[in-house]
Design a protein around this ligand. Structure first.
Ligand code: PAF
Length: 313
């Protein structure tokens, strides 16, 4: 196991083994020093640390490139138990051919600073072989819901997500795990998986963390240039327009959101969908979810919002 003592400049870079795409070996000179965080990279190291933890352990699974949304997840996790374990693993099986696996942002040292800052006890940063190697390659299939919306555009994506989350649940053995509503379809599927496979992990969620202009925080926002960042606001604007129109019923929601999206020709909309909160067909009235996904240049953006449907036609 590796303890990265951010107070001790002499240990910079020496604590962690070989450089890797997940965890480069050199520490930037200007990094903040904030205390100590335990970094474990193998299942054996994780077991050793995990066995020493008493009380509720709460897992925050991430792919790194941490931002304010992850800070909020960690804070929610701290309120749910005694020890927070953050996993940082860019999971190859949830990326399709031609997607952004190889350019997905990797900022391990900044991530460790954030984890230390937020009082995380342990960071699990495994290599791919540690998670996937050797075995029969058993995977979790998300069924019909995994093939709609995100799943229709990204075939196999949710099988990759569910498989790695099931593995992380098994490796970390947390009492609870926290996910963001930003990836709403993922959240619904993980909740169903934990329940239906009796994984005995409580699945908690927090609302999407947004910039002041409404844009949902996402690691992929780093891909956007200044102009695209302005165009990208249309997603959250469309959702808010839909929510405002919700009092007039389902078709008004979709029409209002579509109008905002149509005004930004640079956006290629993959889907705009209105569902019930469990992602089934939206009812006539009551709670619903409005979800959107669009491409902007080479960047894919998703967002969603709770809406309350009325019958004021
Ligand atoms: O939401 C994410 O960052 C990923 O899909 C997750 C849940 C960490 C699985 O790789």
């Amino acid at each position: 196991m590796t303890t990265v003592d951010l107070e001790d400049p002499a240990r910079r870079g020496a604590d962690l083994a070989e450089p890797s795409p997940q965890l480069p070996g050199a520490l930037p000179a200007n990094r903040r020093r904030l205390g100590a965080v335990q970094v474990v990279r193998t299942r054996a190291e994780l077991d050793a640390v995990r066995n020493g933890l008493t009380g509720r352990v709460v897992l925050v699974p991430t792919m790194g490139a941490l931002h304010g949304g992850h800070r909020a997840l960690i804070r929610a996790a701290r309120a749910l138990g005694e020890h927070v374990i953050v996993s940082i693993f860019v999971n190859p099986t949830q990326f399709g051919a031609g997607e952004d696996l190889h350019r997905y942002p990797r900022t391990p040292w900044a991530d460790l600073d954030i984890c230390t800052d937020e009082g995380v006890a342990v960071v699990f940063m495994p290599e791919t072989d540690e998670v996937y190697g050797p075995g029969l390659g058993i995977r979790v299939d998300g069924t019909e819901l995994a093939n709609r919306m995100e799943g229709a555009v990204r075939p196999g994506h949710f099988s990759g997500v569910l498989t790695v989350v099931a593995k992380l649940f098994g490796m970390v053995a947390p009492a609870a795990a926290v996910f963001g509503e930003k990836d709403y379809q993922q959240l619904v599927l993980i909740r169903a998986m934990s329940r239906e496979l009796a994984l005995r992990v409580e699945v908690h969620s927090i609302p999407t963390v947004r910039e002041t202009d409404g844009m949902a925080l996402s690691s992929r926002n780093r891909y956007l240039d200044g102009h695209q960042r302005v165009v990208a606001r249309a997603l959250s604007r469309a959702l808010r327009a839909g929510a405002t129109a919700a009092v007039h019923g389902r078709s008004s929601v979709l029409a209002a959101a579509q109008e905002v999206l149509d005004a930004e020709p640079e956006l290629t909309v993959d889907y705009l969908a209105l569902t019930d909160p469990q992602l089934g067909p939206a009812q006539e009235s009551g709670p619903a979810r409005l979800l959107v996904a669009a491409r902007l240049g080479t960047t894919r953006l998703i967002d969603n919002l709770a809406v309350t449907l009325g019958t004021d036609r």
